[in-house]
Design a protein around this ligand. Structure first.
Ligand code: HAM
Length: 438
């Protein structure tokens, strides 16, 4: 039988990459809890109408990319292309505004968009997202962006702030940047819409067919259209904000500076989704190719009410986990490799090798081995393939003299013999700071 392949744009995430996914998810859970976010789990399938009314019927996501189908009950169903609409639906449906608790949520899960697959762009991808509902203040905007940057720093993506919270200490070569803009409120937006419409109509001959057909319904979409955005965004008029929106934006910027976040103002950043009001932002990484947006988000003060709930200002973001993993691997190819590989040189050293391996893992050092019964040559081939930085080699002679050999795998012919009892402290010094970090 001909083997069955996976669908285009859908992929298996295999070890060791899957380990990196899990590790980042665990970091997210721990970190968001310390910022007061609680987990929400929402369904993968929803009524299609939910996304049409929230994400927006003229967006590429809804118009061109949604996996939608009619179910047995003749209802139109869609696989969620993003998490925000489901969280808002759950907030309204479960009366969460009445719970008396804060409504700060995070979610981790698969999203589905039938886009043209390429590196960093998949049809099923994982988003980690946060949503803070009920807080209108710029403090919420600043906290939301701060938690995103701190989280990225924890995973090793630095360059977005002046702090050094990176566990992997990769330095500024990760080239990550935060861009922000304001879309204003409904009042500012209706003036902006008219200005933009006149500009686009004056240049309509150059618009792509899709933008031509939706220009009257939603002129903003031309600015994030994959074809027209790069042509029109630079010269298009920017938004002029009312005094309240101006003040909100200014305050958000001041608070971000207090958090030590570096950000760039990008007056052309409009995002590809309809519900945004006021602050919008994106984090890009120069470690990625054309799909360089690691995360994006913003405020959506009118969405809950427009979906039938109580007036509830809100702000949030979502990060593409697949893209984050690509960026981490780009700047640190060994991120998912063991730090240390243990090998036994002969029959009489296997038990001691096993003891060392267990001990290293007990001390949270990422350690691995292959088959201790195999030849040393074969074990060292596995060590090289594992991309570990160090190998610990133990043979009969080392067992007898209570020593072991540390071999530096990335530096040819470099090794040293250490006293067995000092092995852990030697490794901590060599592997610093990764081993000493909590
Ligand atoms: P978004 O910008 O559409 O925003 O998606 C957020 C992130 O998901 C992107 O920055 C990107 O990293 C990742 N992403 C999107 N499409 C793909 C794809 N096809 N393959 C891989 N990764 C992808 C939202 O989804 C909003 N719900 C964010 C938000 C939350 N706004 C307010 N709250």
């Amino acid at each position: 039988m001909r083997p069955i392949h996976s669908l285009r744009g859908f992929r298996d995430i295999l070890p060791p990459e899957s380990g990196l996914f899990s590790k980042i998810e665990t970091t997210a859970r721990e970190m968001f809890a310390s910022y007061g976010y609680r987990e929400i789990r929402i369904p993968t399938l929803e009524l299609k109408e939910l996304f049409v009314k929230s994400t927006g019927d003229t967006t590429d996501i809804v118009e061109k990319e949604m996996y939608a189908f009619e179910d047995q009950g003749k209802r139109m169903i869609a696989a969620r292309p993003e998490g925000t609409p489901g969280v808002v639906r759950a907030y309204i449906e479960n009366n969460l505004s009445q719970s008396g608790k804060n409504s700060k949520f995070y979610y981790i899960g698969s999203m589905f968009r039938a886009e043209r697959p390429q590196a960093g762009r998949y049809r099923e991808f994982t988003q980690i997202g946060v949503e803070n509902l009920g807080n209108p203040s710029p403090f919420a905007d600043a906290e939301t962006i701060t938690v995103l940057v701190r989280f990225l720093e924890k995973t090793g993506i630095s360059g977005c702030s002046g702090s050094s919270h990176s566990s992997l200490h990769l330095g500024p070569q990760c080239g990550c940047s935060v861009e922000i803009n304001s879309m204003g409120c409904a009042k500012c937006r209706s003036i902006y819409r008219e200005n933009l419409l006149s500009y686009l109509k004056a240049n309509s001959g150059d618009l792509c067919d899709s933008c031509k057909s939706r220009i009257d319904r939603n002129p903003l979409r031309a600015l994030d259209c994959k074809t027209d955005g790069p042509v029109f965004a630079e010269k298009a008029p920017g938004i002029s904000m009312c005094a309240e929106c101006e003040e909100h934006f200014k305050k958000t910027g001041e608070l971000l500076k207090i958090s030590g976040i570096f950000f760039k103002l990008n007056p052309h950043l409009v995002r590809g989704i309809d519900y945004y009001t006021r602050t919008v932002f994106e984090v890009k990484s120069s470690a990625l190719g054309s799909q360089d947006a690691i995360a994006g988000g913003g405020r959506y003060d009118d969405l809950v009410k427009s979906m039938g709930g109580p007036a509830t200002p809100a702000v949030g973001w979502a990060m593409g986990l697949d893209r984050l993993v690509l960026a981490i691997k780009e700047v640190n190819p060994a991120a998912d490799s063991p730090e240390v590989f243990v090998a036994a040189a002969d029959k009489n050293s296997r038990i001691e090798a096993f003891r060392i391996l267990t001990e290293l893992r007990d001390y949270d050092i990422k350690a691995d081995s292959s088959d201790f019964d195999a030849s040393l040559k074969s074990q060292m081939r596995s060590a090289d393939k594992s991309d570990a930085r160090l190998a610990i080699i133990i043979g009969e002679e080392e067992v007898r003299s209570s020593t072991c050999i540390i071999k530096f795998l990335k530096e040819k012919l470099s090794q040293k013999t250490v006293v067995r009892n000092n092995l852990l402290s030697e490794l901590k010094l060599i592997l610093k700071p990764a081993v000493t970090d909590p």
